[in-house]
Write a protein that binds this ligand. Structure first.
Ligand code: SGN
Ligand code: CA
Length: 685
């Protein structure tokens, strides 16, 4: 009797275990990770938006769980993407700012998914410069991508598509989902460019909101009292930094011609079909005429700019909402919903006029916080929400966990699967998030800073060219208008946050003083450090940056803390090509010669189209080592060292000559004008 009972129980136990395992083994969830660009939680009705409705996106929260305290670790595009792909902070994955190239050879989430048996795809905005790795299929926008008739790079091949970017991105995703064999579970990263600056709505939504005013945020006219200089010195204010033509679509905003940014909108219009352009101008021009006529000033002008900005931003979101509705409908129609984990998020938050701003970067709530909604009907209860502190660095571990795959030791994020499934956090879940923003000097002039946030408080340290602290009691002051750092009544809280900050920096191995020198004055080692040199063609005096030493002083970094503008660390060539001869002083063994170049195609700075590297014993008769042709993939920004192939050789003189792009091509900022080549440092190794 006893034996029989034992046997039955044991069999039952085994069977249960077996069926459990086979169920999980046989049906790991499909995963769709949907990420928009710059979509703030304030513009989602699931988060109680005062300014718009997002019925389709809200479905995800209604079907699943809404995270109310999800945060990014570095509030800017490429870095956030790199964090999500690697499950590691910026200082570990190598993308500290938007100008760095992602090293696609490192361990990433898609690679682990693929190894774990998933069919993987990446469609939409990528923005990491190097081509995607770890995906069975990829079709991505080059750089930021265009709203109208965008180019995509499909598995390495450039193709231009007629249409609107949010529709096209969705079409490509649905095509991929439809064409799969279905033998494996899928992992799809679907990443929309919208609603990124310059906020160009689809033809369908051009006049949406024309019949109403959008409510203004309470802090539109913030005076930054009690805050440090960091919030006063930024360059992302609605009043001063939104461009009337490019950002706000006032085609004939004065002064025409004098302001080169006017060309940006012209270029965008030029790239449209006739029908698209007519619809676009018909929507804006009558309103623009009224605006120009009114000659607004002061607060009235700011209010007008806010309305134009926010309406265009929300119009872009309306298209995202409809298109994600298509994806959810597809899943439902195909019976895939039940076993598909759908995650909706954005790379960070965004200012929708709060503090008088647009853009992101600061650790203040509006740009620090990410929307995050997750549905997976099989495991996640509908209509749940949580205030657990989660971060984008946790996403990779969480998705692996849902997929039943293990998380590598060196990933820094932690899985929040059980929080998603139960809406409860365990006792030892984190008490504080950790943040670190690096891109300064840089566009929008937001100072470098790091900080911690608990459920109630936030401590921030701005560093680099300042040393300034801010602290907020988010319960008493959710809009972060009252900096309480150093206030006696908060002394204990401050002490506690300071301890948490040190702990976090230790835990994530992020010690600001460790990497600062790398970004600044660390000398590169190479064999031309002592070289003298002569320019055969001279740099343009507009950027007079030490012609005598710049090319061989071992300094080749863009982010130089001792200068105000990043361009000040480069030599610029506009009329001429860069042509320079270096004398190494004596015959020198070398394997490679290289030239470090900078590109920022928004500022008319392009990589050369070719570079010739030559050598000589006497400084007169030069022999060509290599002529390097440079194919420019997608333009935009970056720093690259162009080097000859490795080969043991000897020389005393080295000549480097670039071939510049003649005129900037149509469709690019500054089209038809001369381009610049920016170089810093000839490297001999
Ligand atoms: C561009 C934008 C900036 C924006 C950065 C970074 N200017 O430079 O406003 O902050 O991208 O955005 S624009 O005139 O080109 O639109 S990010 O999403 O890539 O981080
Ligand atoms: Ca972004």
């Amino acid at each position: 009797m006893k034996t029989k009972y034992k046997f039955t129980f044991f069999t039952f136990f085994l069977l249960a275990l077996f069926s459990c395992q086979t169920e999980d083994k046989m049906a790991p969830p499909n995963i769709i990770f949907i990420m928009t660009d710059d979509h703030s939680a304030q513009a989602l009705s699931a988060y109680g938006s005062r300014i718009n409705e997002t019925p389709n996106l809200d479905r995800i929260a209604q079907n699943g769980i809404r995270f109310d305290r999800a945060y990014c670790t570095n509030s800017i595009c490429a870095p956030s993407r790199a964090v999500i792909l690697t499950g590691k902070y910026s200082h570990k994955n190598g993308v500290l700012n938007n100008s760095q190239t992602f090293d696609g050879t490192q361990q990433t989430l898609p690679k682990l998914m693929k190894e774990g048996g998933y069919e993987t795809a990446m469609i939409g905005k990528w923005h990491l410069k190097s081509h995607p790795t770890g995906f069975d299929y990829w079709n991505v926008l080059p750089g930021q991508g265009d709203y109208y008739n965008p180019k995509f790079i499909e598995m390495g091949e450039y193709k231009t598509h007629e249409g609107y970017v949010t529709d096209l991105t969705t079409d490509f995703a649905l095509d991929w989902l439809t064409d799969r064999t279905g033998e494996k579970p899928f992992f799809l990263m679907l990443q929309h460019k919208a609603p990124h600056r310059n906020w160009m709505p689809s033809p369908k939504h051009l006049t949406l909101y024309d019949d109403r005013d959008i409510p203004e945020p309470e802090t539109l006219f913030d005076d930054y009292e009690t805050r440090t200089v960091a919030s006063k010195d930024q360059e992302m204010s609605i009043s001063d930094h939104l461009h009337l033509s490019y950002d706000l679509k006032v085609k004939n905003a004065p002064p025409r011609g004098a302001d080169w940014m006017n060309h940006w909108l012209d270029n965008k219009l030029e790239s449209m079909t006739d029908k698209q352009r007519t619809d676009f101008l018909d929507a804006y021009e009558p309103k623009n005429e009224v605006f120009l006529e009114a000659n607004l000033e002061g607060k009235e002008l700011v209010r007008w700019k806010y309305q134009r900005y926010i309406k265009d931003y929300l119009r872009c979101i309306a298209s995202v909402d409809e298109n994600i509705g298509r994806v959810l409908d597809y899943l439902e129609g195909e019976g895939l919903s039940e076993n598909t984990l759908v995650i909706y998020t954005s790379d960070q938050g965004f200012y929708l006029g709060e503090h008088g701003w647009f853009d992101k970067r600061f650790m203040y709530e509006e740009s620090y916080r990410m929307p995050l909604m997750v549905q997976y009907p099989k495991k996640i209860k509908a209509g749940a929400s949580t205030d657990a502190l989660v971060m984008n660095v946790d996403f990779a571990a969480t998705m692996l966990d849902f997929a039943g795959l293990s998380t590598p030791e060196d990933m820094q994020g932690e899985s929040f699967r059980s929080i998603a499934e139960t809406a409860q956090e365990s006792e030892n879940w984190r008490e504080a998030t950790y943040y670190h923003y690096f891109e300064f000097p840089g566009v929008h002039a937001v100072k470098r800073h790091y900080g911690v946030r608990t459920k109630r408080y936030k401590l921030m340290h701005f560093y680099h060219d300042i040393d300034a602290w801010e602290m907020y009691d988010l319960k008493a002051d959710p809009k972060e208008l009252n900096n309480v750092y150093g206030k006696a009544e908060y002394a204990d809280v401050q002490k506690d946050l300071e301890v948490k900050l040190v702990e976090a920096q230790k835990k994530y191995d992020d010690l600001p003083e460790d990497f600062m020198p790398n970004l600044s004055r660390k000398k590169a080692e190479h064999k031309a450090l002592e070289a003298t040199y002569n320019f055969i063609q001279m740099p343009d005096p507009k950027y007079d940056n030490n012609f005598e030493t710049q090319m061989s002083d071992g300094m080749k970094w863009i982010f130089n803390p001792y200068v105000s503008s990043p361009l000040d660390t480069w030599l610029g060539f506009n009329e001429n090509d860069c042509e320079v001869v270096l004398d190494l002083g004596k015959p020198t063994d070398f394997e490679q010669i290289g030239l470090n170049c900078y590109q920022n195609s928004d500022s008319w700075i392009y990589y050369p189209t070719a570079i010739e590297f030559s050598i000589s014993d006497n400084g007169k008769d030069f022999e060509l080592v290599e002529k390097m042709e440079i194919e420019n993939e997608g333009y935009k920004g970056g720093i690259q060292l162009f080097q000859t192939s490795k080969k043991a050789q000897k020389t005393r003189f080295v000549k480097v000559k670039t071939s510049k792009m003649a005129l900037i091509p149509n469709g690019r900022p500054g089209a038809g004008k001369k381009s610049w080549v920016f170089v810093d440092e000839v490297m001999v190794n």
